[in-house]
Design a protein around this ligand. Structure first.
Ligand code: GLN
Length: 561
């Protein structure tokens, strides 16, 4: 196993995740098998309890792991399926060490950060890197490890020490360190400043780690003399100084690295030039260029709760992008804070209310993504009603599907108080209810998480056709509530069809409104499995319907072309 460690210096938010996954892409393009590990030095055991407002989306894996959104980048870029253990947090490490301590495994010894925590980190990295993630057997050739945070943070110290020890034990042919840093431009002269990078490399070296490559983020390409300075003061050969300057879209990043021979520098450092082929990034080049040259766009109204931070819905945005690209369109996402659509807002914030409705009414389609808690629920119901009544293509994901059921029950079944018990425990018409798979009492274990199978109930529905008539589909879940099985017959009689269910037939997974051009709700989160070259079926359907191409697409596929 060859380890490529990616650390960050100077400031956070440099795009370390994208850099690390792009390095993985370039290595994969050289015919190598690549896996990845993300280290988050926070105390939470996983991202499940973290607010999307603060931390961006919680990404969900097949095995039910609730992880940092960077793992989504790795899955999308490297086209792999990671496990929860590929995300290491301080919380997980301490938990494992403390459990061992309680079991008496340390035989009466004093349990300390060094060596017990650092050993646990090393063991974790070594065992997780051996898990195959690309569908093939046996461990990958390379493991890209991204260390979250910035070098020098107190909380990342045990990880730095563990990685230093790892680099020593695996030897220099098996460990390559890439330090991502910022080259700011200051003042009227516009000089590219290297000092912050010099300092962060010095900090790293003081901790016993020497970077073999630098990946410098900058607005404009690095000047030759900036590179020379960096090389001289940071002790890194000029050929190993990579520059990731701003690019029109992130798919250019692997290309940028390839053009600067990043693969050559890494493979040379790891003494394995002869095991790799020349990188083949044709598909990436095509995709990056196609995107740059797209002229037509499609407007998608995203009606959600966590609107302030677009990272809160990162995978949904990526899935829209994948679907749009495959239709040669640029996505234009119009964010609508659901609460702005509500009647109350017309009095309190009339301008925001008017603007939200204007945006909704002029969009080509409506998407209500997942979410928790009751804020904005009324606004989402209004958006679903608007889309249903005006035959505007609608996709409801998880909460968005539950919203469409509540709306339909209220408007069509005339159950004006119909609700989810999540928002009104004593509703007389609970159309969405808590249906735990396991214990009712332990919050942590009541969430239905990870990959579950959905069986199509009929081949004659839009989603089955979009999923190319498979008998079933495996998608990822993250929810507690579900459509009440007792009201399914009534909803179906009134025209709402549940075309996908779990194996017991009790859990509703996909709904459609056959009288509508495209009105689809899914209890799962299809966004997590969308890939650049393989758009997710429900998203593709939404975009095709929004641009009047759905029927032609389905006919074309049915005719076998
Ligand atoms: N809050 C809803 C539930 O728990 C929906 C969750 C979601 O959208 N991810 O079922």
């Amino acid at each position: 196993m060859k380890y490529v460690l990616v650390t960050g210096g100077v400031v956070s938010g440099l795009g370390k995740g994208v850099t690390a996954s792009s390095i993985g892409v370039v290595l994969k393009a050289c015919g190598l098998r690549v896996t990845s590990i993300k280290i988050d030095p926070y105390l939470n055991t996983d991202a499940g309890t973290m607010s999307p407002f603060e931390h961006g989306e919680v990404f969900v894996l097949d095995d039910g792991g609730e992880v940092d959104l960077d793992l989504g980048n790795y899955e999308r870029f490297l086209d792999v399926t990671l496990t929860r253990d590929n995300n290491i947090t301080t919380g997980k490490i301490y938990q494992s060490v403390l459990e061992k301590e309680r079991r008496g495994d340390y035989l009466g010894k004093t349990v300390q950060v060094v060596p017990h925590i650092t050993d646990a980190i090393k063991n974790w990295i070594e065992s997780v890197s051996a898990i195959p993630v690309d569908g093939k057997e046996g461990p990958a050739d390379f493991c890209v490890i991204e260390l979250g945070g910035t070098v020098g943070d107190i909380e990342s110290m045990p990880f730095i020490e563990a990685l230093r020890q790892l680099s020593f034990s695996v030897g220099q042919d098996n460990f390559c360190l890439i330090h991502v840093s910022l080259i700011p431009v200051l003042g009227v002269v516009g000089e590219q400043k290297t000092k912050p990078t010099q300092h962060s490399v010095r900090e790293l070296r003081a901790l016993g780690l020497t970077p073999h490559l630098l990946a410098c983020r900058s607005a404009q390409p690095l000047l030759e003399n900036t590179k020379e300075k960096l090389s001289q003061f940071c002790h890194v050969p000029a050929g190993n100084i990579l520059n990731i300057h701003d690019v029109p879209n992130i798919w250019h990043v692997p290309l940028l690295l390839q053009n600067q021979n990043a693969h050559y520098a890494i493979l040379k450092q790891l003494n394995c030039l002869n095991t790799a082929t020349a990188p083949d990034l044709q598909e990436w080049t095509k995709r990056a260029e196609t995107y740059d040259n797209l002229t037509n766009s499609v407007r998608i109204a995203m009606v959600g709760k966590y609107i302030g931070l677009t990272d809160s819905y990162l995978s949904v945005v990526k899935a829209l992008l994948h679907a749009c690209i495959s239709c040669s369109l640029k996505p234009s996402v119009d964010w609508i804070a659901a609460s702005d659509l509500e009647d109350e807002s017309s009095k309190l914030t009339p301008e925001a209310h008017a603007a939200a409705w204007e945006t909704l009414k002029t969009a080509a389609c409506v998407l209500v993504p997942g979410g928790f808690g009751d804020r904005g629920i009324k606004g989402m119901i209004l958006a679903a009603k608007y889309a249903r009544e005006n035959r505007v293509p609608y996709l409801g994901i998880c909460l968005g599907m539950q919203i469409s059921v509540i709306e339909f029950a209220r408007s069509v079944l005339c159950l004006s108080k119909a609700n989810s018990t999540e928002f009104d425990e004593s509703t007389p018409d609970p159309v969405v209810i808590f249906m735990p798979e396991g214990s009712r009492t332990h919050m942590g274990s009541t969430m239905r998480l990870g990959s579950r199978r959905t069986f199509f109930q009929t081949p004659d529905c839009i989603t089955s056709k979009l999923y190319h008539h498979s008998e079933y589909v495996d998608e990822r879940h993250r929810h507690r509530y579900e459509v009440n099985p007792d009201v399914v017959d009534k909803l179906e009689e009134a025209g709402l069809k549940f075309v996908g269910k779990d194996d017991s037939g009790k859990r509703m997974e996909i709904l459609e409104l056959p009288s509508h051009p495209f009105y689809v709700g899914v209890q799962f989160h299809p966004e997590f499995k969308s890939r650049p070259g393989r758009p997710s079926a429900p998203f593709l359907g939404l975009i095709l319907a929004a641009t009047g191409q759905l029927e032609a697409y389905i006919n074309k596929y049915q005719n076998g072309s």
